[in-house]
Design a binder for this molecule. Structure first.
Ligand SMILES: C[S@@+](CC[C@H](N)C(=O)[O-])C[C@H]1O[C@@H](n2cnc3c(N)ncnc32)[C@H](O)[C@@H]1O
Length: 365
């Protein structure tokens, strides 16, 4: 049974006026519509929300990323001022744990100007609360272009998967775009293919002559953000850490998915009420960074990355300091979820991007 969400009513009007939307336009509306978008109207994270992310599973995640940032800062020659930027900070848990873990790194907090790139006012408020215990005085921005010039260390966990994708299907030796339109009764959204074929250059080169039925997917918004970020790092110094679920190589196929209440759902079922994401193409992000003259490190699996940064030792130490056996078991099981190959360990990948003069980044060799 499809639900008539407030966003559905808006989308129906928009489609009636201007015709079907691309999948990217649909995602933009579903997640970011200023009044009815999924992220605009709620905090979706945590056990009582729709999904859970690594920093919400275990404090070790943010702590190790804090240590990673401090390591990169040292490699950069410990600049007296730099921008510590997080894209899509959720509840602010990762940044809070990172700041907690780096309290004793001499000069690091004093040098860090914190910038949070967030589109949700509901989540910005959570971030403000999470960081209130630190002298951090973060600044909030809508996008990277508002972060002042200067060297930067940038972190993005489960941010790129929320950026809109366009999808194409090979039909009768031409490429059609997947669109979102209305059914005949105009009471539900349906997928359809564009009547006209699209220009080949949207489709990865190696797929252009693929067999009929093949899907191709690309995130122009994700590639644009990566280009901005890599160009900035190449010119002004620093490094970025991108963590997300996705694939190391560009592949055929479509990966659009919706999640509600910790379960997969029909993508068009309840727009604005469920999270809509797509897997991240790490190879495409890497190519974009190289084109912008930055250096690429990895990608590696989340499991390899966190283990290289010392997750098992940190988990053992935390468990040893736990107040009781139940708490100790929770520490070990949370850490396990991050690296277990049947959970987040293999599906999630980690990509580093840096200024060309940084030849190695912690955990990414
Ligand atoms: C899946 S949550 C991840 C949150 C956090 N990084 C974590 O690991 O818990 C996605 C985050 O990105 C933000 N976001 C999504 N699309 C965005 C966009 N286009 N611009 C800015 N923030 C965005 C969301 O509001 C949210 O904070």
């Amino acid at each position: 049974m499809r639900s008539m969400t407030a966003l559905f009513a808006h989308l129906r009007r928009r489609i009636e006026r201007g015709g079907p939307l691309s999948v990217a336009q649909f995602m933009e509306e579903a997640l970011g519509h200023p009044e009815f978008g999924y992220y605009t109207t709620r905090d979706p994270l945590g056990a009582r929300g729709d999904f859970i992310t690594a920093p919400e599973i275990s404090q070790i995640f943010g702590e190790l990323i804090g240590a990673w940032c401090a390591g990169v800062w040292r490699t950069m020659g410990e600049p007296a001022a730099f921008h510590l930027v997080e894209l899509g900070p959720g509840r602010g848990t990762l940044m809070a744990d990172a700041l907690h873990a780096t309290k004793s790194v001499n000069g690091f907090h004093a040098a860090a100007n914190i910038h949070l790139i967030e589109m949700s006012t509901a989540l910005s408020e959570k971030q403000r609360m999470a960081l209130s215990a630190y002298d951090a005085e973060p600044q909030w921005h809508r996008d990277m272009s508002q972060v002042p010039e200067g060297p930067a260390i940038i972190v993005a966990n489960e941010f790129f998967d929320a950026l809109p994708v366009r999808q194409f299907q090979r039909v009768l030796a031409s490429w059609r775009e997947r669109m979102v339109g209305l059914n005949e009764a105009k009471d539900a959204l349906v997928f359809q293919l564009s009547g006209q074929s699209v220009k080949q250059h949207f489709v990865p080169e190696f797929l252009r002559d693929a067999a009929d039925g093949t899907w191709a997917e690309t995130s122009p918004a994700g590639l644009r953000i990566m280009h901005t970020l890599a160009d900035r790092l190449a010119g002004q110094g620093g490094a970025a850490l991108i963590i997300d679920y996705g694939h190391m190589e560009t592949m055929p196929g479509e990966t659009l998915q919706a999640v509600q209440d910790h379960r997969f759902a029909d993508v068009l079922e309840a727009p604005g009420e469920q999270d809509v994401t797509a897997h991240v193409d790490f190879a495409a992000l890497g190519r974009t960074a190289v084109n912008a003259r930055a250096r690429v490190h990895g990608p590696v699996t989340q499991s390899a990355f966190l283990n290289a940064l010392g997750l098992p030792m940190r988990a053992d130490r935390l468990a040893a300091g736990a107040t009781n056996d139940t708490q100790a078991a929770a520490v070990i099981s949370g850490a396990g979820r991050l690296v277990d190959s049947t959970q987040m360990g293999m599906l999630f990948k980690v990509l580093g991007v840096s200024a060309p003069d940084i030849d190695a980044l912690p955990g990414l060799s």
